[in-house]
Design a protein around this ligand. Structure first.
Ligand code: GRF
Length: 202
């Protein structure tokens, strides 16, 4: 299984996907970063991963931005596009184009979908007073944070949590969930159960 990972920021999910690649036997063929300053860019360079920086701000509209994304992957051998902290919503045309190539597009979102879609999902969960939060890896469709769920990871909201401590706990769970979701798509991780807090490194 070959992945293209698209990031906009810290790229910690990209790093965890990379670090688990040998465990599950998938490869990262390319990383696309939508920002010149994404921390993940340095990691890609250090690890000799094919990196393209395609900065949304350099394009007048979404169509030419997406054309540039497509141009950068047309000669890349891949099976799945993994969105990992990518801050832009892809158009229906882009998504359909990828599905017509018989490839997948998946995303990780820091909530137990279908709750708390959109920006600041951890804050939404914290402010709603939920006692269980988590993350979801899902197929991407034309609606925001909406496609079919692949895998979820649940973490507790503890009584002394701050928004930041909750965000960190969810992120640790994301780092376990994303590689396992790839393994599930590869048919390796057959367990349909979600992941629970007790497997997180302390
Ligand atoms: C993660 O919380 C992810 O779920 C969300 O954006 C954040 C990206 O973090 N979509 P990172 O760039 O992978 O560290």
């Amino acid at each position: 299984m070959k992945l293209i990972v698209i990031i906009s920021g810290n790229g910690s999910n990209f790093k965890s996907l990379y670090n688990s690649s040998s465990v599950y036997g998938y490869e990262i063929s390319k990383i696309i970063s939508s920002s010149n300053n994404a921390l993940g860019n340095d990691f890609a360079i250090k690890n000799n991963i094919n990196l393209s920086v395609i900065n949304r701000k350099d394009y007048d509209n979404k169509k030419i931005f997406e054309d540039s994304l497509l141009k950068s992957i047309f000669d890349i051998d891949f099976d799945i596009i993994c969105l990992a902290g990518f801050m832009y919503i892809l158009s229906q045309d882009f998504i359909e184009y990828i599905y017509k190539m018989h490839k997948k597009i998946i995303n990780i979102h820091p909530s137990l979908l279908p709750s708390f879609k959109g920006l600041n999902a951890q804050k939404q969960a914290f402010e709603a007073g939920v006692t269980i939060a988590g993350c979801t890896v899902h197929h991407v469709d034309q609606y925001l944070d909406n496609g079919e769920i692949i895998l979820q990871g649940a973490v507790p909201v503890l009584s002394d949590d701050t928004m930041e401590s909750l965000r960190e706990r969810i992120l640790k769970m994301e780092h376990l969930c994303y590689p396992k979701a790839i393994a599930k798509l590869m048919g390796i991780h057959k367990n349909n159960d979600s992941l629970f807090y007790n497997i997180l490194p302390k």
